[in-house]
Design a protein around this ligand. Structure first.
Ligand SMILES: [Zn+2]
Length: 257
């Protein structure tokens, strides 16, 4: 029963820092042999994720994320059409990041494929690098299509003016690990986006265990500003929650013009 529940919950809410947390919470310690505890440092850190049963892809995968975006090929790519709107959201501290869960109603369309926004969350420093450079933070907007395929939009965050959206989310962070009241705030995810939506794209994975592959990544080229104080507020909870960059392998990176 517990396992069935795990399976039914995971796909609907799949996302970088969420699947393992859900499985852990649902399965509890009895499911630990399949879904082990993981961290960003020490004996359960990224170098060891792949040693745990169920997390083998973290070690064996050939198309892992994050990556350092060094050489991208310019191409005529379909624009990402964002259809985001103010939505009642739930703010979660899941022990790995601060995540904002959204009800259905926000989506992106790329070409003829529609992906529903499920949640977004943050990393410090940015997991993606561009030509060797990490940014102060990033936001990952995790989407899922009707066929189960995942697409993540990465937004690079750099110090500057405060972000209204980030400020509202930070105010709603639960005191400990856990969730705010459902719909505790109304957020418009479009406020997290730069005006220019040109992007890099490549195939990759979840950046957290179980590191599942087949994820389409869209990293927006233009960073968005957050204040130093907002970065510091996040850092009090999560000073470092970024997986190191992974080998590019035989993948290409495309860049919209
Ligand atoms: Zn992420």
């Amino acid at each position: 029963m517990k396992r069935e529940l795990s399976r039914s919950v995971a796909p609907a809410r799949a996302g970088c820092a969420f699947v393992a947390a859900v499985l852990w919470l649902v399965a509890g310690p009895s499911g630990a042999e399949e879904h082990a505890h993981w961290t960003y440092e020490g004996e359960h850190g990224p170098a060891h994720w792949g040693e745990e049963k169920g997390f083998e892809t973290c070690k064996l995968g050939q198309r892992q994320t994050p990556i350092d975006i060094i050489a991208a090929r310019k191409a005529q790519l379909a624009p990402i059409a964002f259809a985001y709107k103010p939505s009642p959201a739930t703010v979660v501290d899941n022990g790995h990041t601060i995540q904002v869960k959204l009800p259905p109603g926000n989506h992106i369309t790329v070409g003829d494929k529609v992906f529903e926004l499920v949640q977004f969350h943050f990393h410090r420093p940015s997991e993606e690098k561009v030509k060797g450079k990490a940014f102060a933070m990033d936001a990952h907007l995790v989407h899922q299509a009707a066929d189960g395929k995942l697409a993540v939009v990465g937004v690079l965050l750099q110090p500057g003016a405060a972000s209204t959206l980030v400020g509202e989310v930070w105010k709603t962070i639960p005191r400990g690990h856990g969730e705010s009241l459902p719909g505790a705030i109304t957020v418009d995810p479009s406020k997290l986006l730069p005006t220019d939506r040109a992007y890099y794209t490549f195939t990759g994975s979840l950046t957290t265990p179980p590191c599942s592959e087949g994820v389409t990544w869209f990293v927006l080229k233009t960073p968005v500003e957050v204040s130093k104080k907002q970065v510091a507020t996040f850092a009090k909870r999560y000073p470092h929650n970024a997986r190191p960059v992974q080998p590019l392998g035989d993948r290409g990176i495309s860049e919209s013009e």
